[in-house]
Design a protein around this ligand. Sequence first.
Ligand SMILES: Cc1cc2nc3c(=O)[nH]c(=O)nc-3n(C[C@H](O)[C@H](O)[C@H](O)COP(=O)(O)OP(=O)(O)OC[C@H]3O[C@@H](n4cnc5c(N)ncnc54)[C@H](O)[C@@H]3O)c2cc1C
Length: 440
Amino acid sequence: MQPHLRVAVVGAGWAGLAAGVELAAAGAAVTLFEAARQPGGRARSVAVREYVLDNGQHILIGAYRDTLRLMRLVGADPERLLRRLPLELAFPGARPRPFRLRLPRLPAPLHLAVGLLAASGVPLAEKLGAARFMRHLQTSDYRLPADCTVGELLDRHAQHGALRRHMWEPLCLAALNTAPRDASAQIFANVLRDSLGGGRADTDLLLPAADLDRLFPLPAVEFIRRHGGEIRLSTRVEQIDDDLSNDGLRIADETFDRIVLATAPQHAAALLAGHPATAALGAQLATYAYEPIGTVYLAYPPETSLPFPMLGLDAADGKGLGQWVFDRGALGGPRGVLGFVLSAHGAWDERDSAALAAELHVELEDALRRKLPPPLWQQTIRERRATFSCRPSLPRPAPRSPRDGLWIAGDYACADYPATIEGAVRSGIAAARGILSETP
Ligand SMILES: Cc1cc2nc3c(=O)[nH]c(=O)nc-3n(C[C@H](O)[C@H](O)[C@H](O)COP(=O)(O)OP(=O)(O)OC[C@H]3O[C@@H](n4cnc5c(N)ncnc54)[C@H](O)[C@@H]3O)c2cc1C
């Protein structure tokens, strides 16, 4: 590589940080611009009262290979910072019978077969139907002839009943943050390929046992600095200009050989729209729709805990708001603090914070079949544009933009995946490698 390839990365979310780490490790001079006061973007820590919590509970899985590799590279030990648990989907409040599916520590695909067969609250015919469905996806190499919605895919393969309600649909909502009736079946199939269809460890849940900043953003910033890079927080990039005399790109009065645009799609759209080569791409991104995620923290007395760190909620009348609840105390956080996750558009979004907290409290009591003490405090965090809405055949940009020297990263640029940490990290790596591969 040329000795001082100057690369600016715009956005210090996980995509921008991944690009910065890869480039800095290869000897590039990296300058990272971040509009916010802290790195991490949509997966960051926030101060809630006297605690450091996350802007939203994040779930990683064993299949997040690139995320795990980069965590190790920057010195953040996944074994210490993530709690690895065999996949367990438990809905203790499900009616008529509690639902529980746990994948045993057996080699793949035995773990899935045994886990499915041993699932409780599911008739045998449904279990066999689910195994046939997975087998069908596997034999077609997880490629659908044409994209459709997850709901249509499940209907087509007669996936109804308890497994649909407690496995397929919650997995879709958790991974794609888009309701099954709207979500892309092809992207869902990709997720199944790399998780349930992968090796045994790929299905493991990796639940953060430290705040999100310490998982990657802060160690990544330190790594980039140690490799001679510079991080400029609270610095919003307003426009990217051509520097024709130096054959580069300019941010304010500085020239760079390459720029990685690693913002969320709505912010990228604005920066791309201003240049003729990327105006069409900017216009395309401007058509994206978005989905929210709500996180409600309810703090109970410290002795309050859940039977498993991640529990599914399913109200008896089918009208419940809650989806998943996490025991932060069991995950290295403050004891007694439970984090309720509410993915995608739904009735929860219309409730004010007090009503939402009160309903979730009752739903948890219902699921646990016992009374809980009233919460000591509550805090709701609503991320209105948590992720792009992962619809069928959504166009995604390639890492190399049509403008010379400008590269794209961000969860939306990982065409194979929904908006996830792993998608963001992979997109950053792809942009960095693209730059490095064309640099002598
Ligand atoms: C509440 C919540 C829960 C989630 N749960 C999960 C989960 O369980 N598992 C999972 O894998 N994923 C989850 N996700 C998705 C995951 O967090 C995102 O896909 C990922 O963080 C996106 O990273 P990114 O780098 O692509 O974008 P971002 O995180 O949006 O980073 C872009 C950065 O660019 C900065 N920026 C924007 N404009 C400019 C500008 N003009 N100049 C400089 N900087 C700029 C922004 O401030 C931001 O820091 C969740 C997301 C949310 C919000």
